[in-house]
Design a protein around this ligand. Sequence first.
Ligand SMILES: Cc1ncc(COP(=O)(O)O)c(C=O)c1O
Length: 441
Amino acid sequence: MRSDTPIPAAVVNKYVKQMNLENVGKASIREIKRLVDLVEADTGQRYIRMEMGIPGLKPAEIGVEAEKNALDKGVAAIYPDIDGTSGLKKEISRFVRQFMGIDVQTQGCIPTVGSMQGSFASFLTLTRMNKQKDTILFLDPGFPVHKQQCRVLGTSFDSFDVYNYRGEKLRDKLEMHLHKGNIAALLYSNPNNPSWICFTEKELQIIGELATKYDAVVVEDLAYFAMDFRQDLSKPGQPPYQPSVANYTDQYILLISSSKVFSYAGQRIGMMVISDQLFERRAKNLRAYYGMEEFGRAMVFGTMYALSSGTAHSPQYALEAILRAVNDGKYDFVEVVKEYGEKAKIMKKLFTDNGFQIVYDKDEDKPLADGFYFTISYPGFTGEQLIETLVYYGISAISLAITGSERLEGLRACVSLVGREQFPDLEHRLKTFHAHHSGVV
Ligand SMILES: Cc1ncc(COP(=O)(O)O)c(C=O)c1O
């Protein structure tokens, strides 16, 4: 590495060696985090940290207050019901009515230990309904931990990158996978981590119709609920609503995380919303595992009981209070998180002004929304080489290669931890990088 990079190459090299990293570009998210922590501590220089997807805002205050009150009243001593407190279940059901325009009975509205427990429980239960249907299909790029969940469960999975199959093209590609008859469920996140693509209504309709045709359940991961800021999805009871496959199939599970929308990641509380039809559906094969055939009851009294016997009590009060305020139109959660979109807009421009390209850049014919993540590449660099080089310029991100993306030249950049006061530094570092590398191709 040349000697005039913003971060002294000798210091970076010292810690790469100390950590025994053979290839920085292939390092895991946590290894990159550690390397950057060490270099920052040594040099006193702050990185533009875009590697981890963690909220950069304060937790919703209404939640913190409600949780403190609940603890003062002694809920910590009491086992909560496995499927959640009645007040929270009611507010979750109201939330999907108010912000998605769909009706789900309270029985199917279940708090989980983060949205991650919801996906784990879904994979586990859904692959036991029918012996022939034992595989999960991921519409990639995606969140790598979902595949890790399948691995630890011993569940097979299949995947494809939707980049080349947008719009009507999705139909044939999806049908090719579903036609095999082994897909129990399919999962995607919308807006998508890492690419921030958002499926259009046409695409959601294709997914819903084919899921019904081939009897596969759709697990829709709404970790970034209402964060497609191109439309105002913030008004309770008024369209436009958060787009959803729930409008096109009745066999669905929605996973709604509180981590990003309410900045409540630390309390590990999310929502699993099972459609009425799926909740009440009976599958003979479930009896062998759960002693019962009804899907919803098997999920609650079989899977959730076995996994954690419910969700911690006090965060349920937090979420109930947040949702009540949101449902009543007293707390505009979308306004709070809009900051991510505004930062993304500025940051994307800083990158593209300096020779970078946005990898996933369109939803069919519409430019992509600005939000929590965006994807970048630089001509002549693979994703690995780009991470490895940017570290010397005080910028960290992760490679798209670990997300099931076929765009191996790309990186995912997360805006949440980058402060606006760092933008001049980001600009300077990108300019320097561009000046050093624009002759590569
Ligand atoms: C797409 C996606 N799904 C799920 C999660 C996890 O959500 P939770 O913190 O509620 O478990 C994340 C968090 O980054 C995510 O990006």
